[in-house]
Ligand binder design. Structure first.
Ligand SMILES: [Cu+2]
Length: 168
């Protein structure tokens, strides 16, 4: 029957998919751009925890860039914790859209200073990892590589075994 040929074809296709995955996994180790709020952009959120939830789902490192996309009247204040809690800034304010480079480690507080936008939840805080996390190779990508490698090896071995028994 043609089952061995089919299995080889599946193995070949899987190999191509995995080869394509490796550069994507390696890209995770370099500086990243984060569109704040993803497709919503930087605007009035649907609920007060929207931007906090967004920020909590990400890991920020030195060299990463926050991309604030907005079409309406919004600002980006880079303030202290107290300013963030009170929704009032005396510090650095950018007009949005703006790209903010994460050049210092530690906590950062961002909010909009227009109207009551901040009180409505247009605010979030992030913690940027120290420089040691960027100089040392981050463990998740290398772990993912070995998973891919063992999956690939397993696939090749099982294909050979299946082909062997198909012929016997
Ligand atoms: Cu705003």
């Amino acid at each position: 029957m043609g089952s061995c040929r089919d299995m080889n074809m599946i193995a070949c296709l899987s190999l191509m998919v995995m080869v394509g995955l490796v550069p994507m996994l390696m890209k995770g180790a370099t500086a990243a751009d984060y569109a704040v709020g993803d497709s919503l952009g930087w605007t009035l959120p649907p609920n007060t925890s929207f931007y906090s939830d967004w920020a909590a789902s990400k890991t920020f490192r030195l060299g990463d860039i926050l991309v604030f996309n907005s079409t309406g009247d919004h600002t980006v204040a880079d303030g202290t914790k107290e300013e963030y809690d009170n929704c009032s800034s005396s510090g650095i304010i950018f007009g949005s859209p703006v790209n903010v480079n994460l050049t210092t480690a530690g906590s950062h507080y961002y909010f909009c200073t227009v109207g009551d936008h901040c009180k409505q939840g247009q605010k979030f805080t992030i913690t940027v990892g120290s420089s040691s996390t960027i100089s040392a190779p981050p463990p998740p990508p290398s772990g993912a590589h070995s998973i891919v490698a063992s999956a690939l090896l397993g696939l090749i071995i099982s294909t050979l075994v299946i082909c062997f028994f198909t012929y016997m």
